[in-house]
Design a protein around this ligand. Structure first.
Ligand code: UT7
Length: 323
């Protein structure tokens, strides 16, 4: 018998305000056509004034718990992947813990920027397979609209706000790749690449700061590293691209998503794509795509899923799981 971290529920929440590309045309020198053709993005959601990352994360967690038929008291750990926690501290996770009415267990944030959800899933898996937790809520929640420089057309049109959540539960498996649950993980980072994607603010500066990105450089790393980490994770599970039912990638740019699928030799009709509706929601993009993929009827129990993401750090990785 092998302990597996199996998905018991999934859910998401998107703030009400939908911003189409056309709204940027009156603000900066850009066009709907440029944004669509260079990124695949058509619209994104932005939070209202006063609405925070923990608000979004709480709503997504409630949706995932409802789908699982569980309450917050049934969960013993809560991990939030975010780079946009409401405050410097406490963590968004403990804020969400309180809002959910979860009075036992523990909660903490994971900060690996756009790769955050993959890192959080790998941590949740480690807690479950080592017997430290039976049920873990894993949430990706972000308000990247708060990090935008609205005069920088190279970044402000690309990002959006949102949250998604999974409930993972310890279940016995046979120890083969036919098991449901997380089958393998692969995590990487390279701190030397700090300057190509970062926020020019934080505790040491006295301001929140704005996201700064050398888009072309990040793009180059993404196409190369995402297929590589996905292959490594599949290999660790004793699987190949041919076994993949769905790639559920980080949703940054349709050209990166297509490039990675091509390198993995997986056709695009086996890729869950939400970038057109959400933009880049950083650590929220994968759980959002998983939740939407289930809602659309694409992802079904027993499907083999590969998630992959890259972001600031650089940090990147992949998780292979059977739904
Ligand atoms: O989630 C974390 C990881 N992030 C990513 O994965 C993002 C990776 N990078 C990208 O997705 C792409 O590099 C971008 C979408 C950011 C940019 O696409 P690109 O094809 O690499 O364009 P570029 O940055 O080379 O810019 C091409 C041109 C430039 O004009 P010139 O210098 O050729 O005259 C830019 O100034 O497009 C211009 N440009 C724009 N034009 C209209 C940049 N942003 C805009 C804009 N509207 N919003």
């Amino acid at each position: 018998m092998t302990l597996r971290a199996v998905v018991r529920g999934v859910g998401h929440y998107l703030p009400e305000r939908v911003v189409p590309n056309s709204e940027f045309e009156s603000m900066i020198d850009t066009s709907d056509e440029w944004i669509r053709s260079r990124s695949g993005i058509e619209r994104r959601h932005f939070v209202a004034e006063g609405q925070t990352t923990s608000d979004l994360g709480t709503r997504a967690a409630q949706a995932a718990l409802a789908q699982a038929g569980l309450s917050a008291e049934d969960v013993d750990a809560l991990i939030v992947a975010t780079s946009t926690a409401d405050l410097t501290f406490p963590s968004a996770a403990t804020m969400i813990q309180a809002r959910l009415g979860m009075t036992k267990g523990f909660a903490f944030d994971v900060q690996a920027v756009c790769a955050g959800f993959v890192f959080a899933l790998a941590n949740a898996n480690a807690l479950i397979v080592s017997g430290q937790a039976k049920r873990v809520l894993v949430i990706g929640a972000e308000t990247f609209s708060r990090l935008m420089d609205w005069t920088d057309r190279g970044t402000c049109v690309l990002f959006g706000d949102g949250a998604g959540a999974l409930v993972l539960e310890a279940q016995d498996g046979a120890g083969t790749a036919a098991d449901r649950g997380i089958l393998s993980t692969d995590l990487n980072s390279d701190g030397r690449q700090r300057d190509i994607l970062y926020v020019d603010g934080g505790v040491s500066t006295g301001k929140t700061g704005h996201l700064r990105m050398q888009g072309k450089e990040v793009f180059r790393h993404a196409v190369e590293k995402l297929a590589e980490t996905a292959h490594t994770a599949l290999e660790k599970a004793g699987l190949t691209s041919e076994d993949v039912d769905w790639i559920v990638p980080h949703q940054a740019n349709i050209r990166i998503i297509e490039g990675t699928a091509k390198r993995m030799q997986v056709p695009m009709d086996r890729v869950v794509v939400t970038v057109q509706d959400h933009g880049n929601t950083s650590a929220a993009s994968i759980p959002l795509a998983l939740s939407v993929g289930v809602e659309r009827g694409q992802i079904k129990q027993g499907d083999l899923i590969v998630t992959e993401a890259i972001g600031g750090g650089l940090a990147w990785g992949s998780v292979v799981l059977r739904w």
